[in-house]
Design a protein around this ligand. Structure first.
Ligand code: AMP
Length: 352
């Protein structure tokens, strides 16, 4: 039994605890929001990350601390490291919190990225994507710009300008490494976004072995450089058979929710195993899989549950535009059946 502390008590924290309880572990959350999705499941300290006495109260009696989102202040992770091991290492947070630091880090490791600059006056080819360096997620804090004049009009502060990539598709790799250095990878996931928000993830065997090997090699470089422990996600654009790294998340990821029912071991269980230095579980898929995000509104619950094989997950969050409220996973034997089930969901859920 390990006492595991989690920074952040959102849906990812909730799914981590749900995966860790069968292994006999105990959980405690720290999250300033008092009505967090994970709050029902375990002790929840509703105090701020900048409050060192709250951090110490949280750490008391814990064996290990991990986090469910990458915008945990680095200082909070560093402070906790004085009392208890924190995984993934705080260096991973540092690299992932700033898009410029992150893309420069990819380049240092020889991992291709879209072209980028933080010199907003430099000559750059358009269209381009202007993004805040920090705190942007789900398409927030970014806009497409078509000229230098448009960049100037944005009066952007602390931004990165990126080449607009007309990619063939978006893919993510979810990797996991435990303290002993054992490493495993899930198959590359094909992701479909709308308005910058993930809507659909597919694992349907439509990725070449070469691309998979390339993604695994890139993830290995990142994990080795950071002496990484835990689950790591890297999001890529695929363009003409090449991978360009867009960003990484030092945590379990929305594009990996299908692993709960669709893989032998879920990303959540493997994160728990990794930080407890247990052997990692198999990452093999159990069929062809799809994960549909429920964003902003919810479909009729009963109708979804009538779809044979549909696994409904609700995060206990109040509906709000663009908010992730839940997801549905399908695991089928073949792509034709998977598509039929996806069509059934489409008829029931206008947001999809
Ligand atoms: P991000 O916040 O960087 O993950 O961006 C959210 C989504 O916006 C991505 O998943 C892409 O669909 C799109 N996007 C971000 N950056 C670019 C880019 N440089 N070129 C084209 N599309 C992008």
């Amino acid at each position: 039994m390990t006492n595991i502390g989690i920074l952040g008590a959102g849906q990812l924290g909730r799914m981590l605890a749900l995966a860790g309880y069968p292994l006999g572990h105990r959980f405690r959350f720290l999250d300033p929001a008092s009505d967090s999705p994970a709050g029902l499941l375990a002790d929840h300290l509703a105090l701020g990350y900048a409050d060192t006495s709250a951090l110490e109260q949280f750490a008391n009696g814990l064996d290990v601390v991990t986090y469910e989102f990458e915008n945990v202040p680095v200082e909070a992770a560093r402070h906790l490291e004085k009392f208890v091991p924190v995984y993934p290492p705080s260096l991973a947070l540092e690299k992932a919190q700033d898009r410029f630091v992150e893309k420069s880090f990819f380049q240092e490791l020889g991992i291709p990225t879209p072209k980028f600059t933080i010199d907003l006056n430099s000559s750059f080819s358009f269209p381009a994507v202007l993004k805040t360096r920090r705190m942007g997620y789900d398409g927030k804090g970014q806009s497409i710009v078509h000229s230098q004049a448009e960049v100037a009009a944005e009066k952007a502060v602390d931004c990165i300008l990126e080449e607009f990539v007309s990619f063939d598709r978006e893919l993510s790799i979810i990797a996991v490494r435990n303290k002993s250095g054992e490493t495993k990878f899930y198959p590359l996931i094909e992701n479909h976004h709308r308005d910058g928000i993930l809507r659909l993830s597919l694992v349907i065997g439509n990725v070449s072995a070469e691309l998979q090997a390339q993604a695994e090699e890139y993830a290995t470089r990142v994990m080795s450089a950071l002496n990484y422990v835990g689950v790591l996600t890297i999001e890529f654009f695929e363009k003409d058979g090449q991978l360009l790294a867009n960003e990484m998340a030092p945590r379990v990821h929305n594009s990996g929710h299908w692993t709960i029912e669709g893989a032998i071991t879920s990303q959540f269980e493997n994160q728990v195993r990794a930080v407890c230095d247990a052997p990692l579980g198999s990452t093999n898929p159990l069929g062809v899989c799809a994960m549909v995000n429920l964003v902003g509104t919810l479909p009729d619950e009963t109708s979804i549950l009538k779809i044979e094989g549909a696994h409904l997950h609700l995060y206990d969050k109040a509906p709000r535009p663009k908010r992730k409220l839940g997801h549905i996973t399908l695991v089928e034997k073949d792509v034709a059946t998977l598509n039929e089930k996806l069509d059934e969901i489409r008829k029931l859920y206008a947001e999809f």
